[in-house]
Design a protein around this ligand. Sequence first.
Ligand SMILES: Nc1nc2c(ncn2[C@@H]2O[C@H](COP(=O)(O)OP(=O)(O)OP(=O)(O)O)[C@@H](O)[C@H]2O)c(=O)[nH]1
Ligand SMILES: [Mg+2]
Ligand SMILES: [Zn+2]
Length: 331
Amino acid sequence: MKSTDEALKELGWNDFFREQVSVEEALHCHPVRVMAVHRGKLAVAGAGAQHSIVSSIPGARPSDDHPTVGDWLLIDKVTLQPIRVLHRLNLFKRRAPSDPRKEQMIAANVDTLFIVASCNQDFSVARLERYLVLAREVGVNPVVVLTKTDLADTPEDFAARVRAIEPGLRVETVNGRDPASVACLAVWCGKGKTVALLGSSGVGKSTLVNTLRGSDSIATQAIRAGDDTGRHTTTVRQMHRLEGGGWLLDTPGMRELQLSDAAAGISEVFDDFVLVAQGCRFSDCAHGAEPGCAVRAAISEGTLTLERFDRWRQLAAEDGGNAAHPAKRRR
Ligand SMILES: Nc1nc2c(ncn2[C@@H]2O[C@H](COP(=O)(O)OP(=O)(O)OP(=O)(O)O)[C@@H](O)[C@H]2O)c(=O)[nH]1
Ligand SMILES: [Mg+2]
Ligand SMILES: [Zn+2]
């Protein structure tokens, strides 16, 4: 029989969380990790026990105090009532598609982010940049996983386009249905580690989880023939355990990733632009028709591209126009 501590460690428990629990709380509560969020219910796992519990926390304010998948939660030993969410190592969120004024929590306490995309006509550098901005903003190490190499004539061309986004970016090309091919991903999936998979519908997130687990328990579905887009097969965010003790957090494919409050992440992914912009004559240069604009000069010289400039401006505009002036916002 495993000790409580050992069992919690396998769920990702560490000193950061342990130190948040008072002696008093430890007497009548125990920690559990949120494995999945269903309508009004949470699937949680603790040392040697799994429960389905209510998700509402008395007194929780409408936003971040609520539990999301990956969270550590204290629950009452007797009633199983959730008491509070422990502070997170990190939290992925986006603008809610239904209401841009609201934020939607995606996942918490993630060690590595697999940004999944396919080597087919659905591939988009602009979309990958958004996911990268999110990873940088949250401070989680990203790995771009390019699937369906078996269907592409030149998968290396796709990988090269991803590598061009950021020097040193980790890119893995795989056939998601082949265990030998996905074995390269295991290094991020060690005991107690949490890997979240994000990406559009149909890119093969659930397929990767199935193959890495050596099972086919998660439903997957063929993509549309016309445009290679997916059918939104996965509908819940859920943690899946790997035999070696790691955790894969599968998520539903996103139609669009609208960033919220991501100025620092944008500056990091577009640091080439930020650097050049420091040479603009005006510190609040919008890089339009202003005299002495170093960004426009670099574009005419060909050291920066107009395509990337447009994508940078687009993200900055969505983020409230703040990203172009990182000095004001940088934390
Ligand atoms: N040939 C090939 N097919 C793949 C690969 N990866 C995934 N597929 C197929 O692509 C389709 C979509 O895969 P899913 O795993 O359902 O995609 P998903 O990203 O989970 O999609 P959502 O749940 O809708 O977000 C399935 O038919 C998979 O079998 C791959 O590397 N090669
Ligand atoms: Mg899926
Ligand atoms: Zn300028």
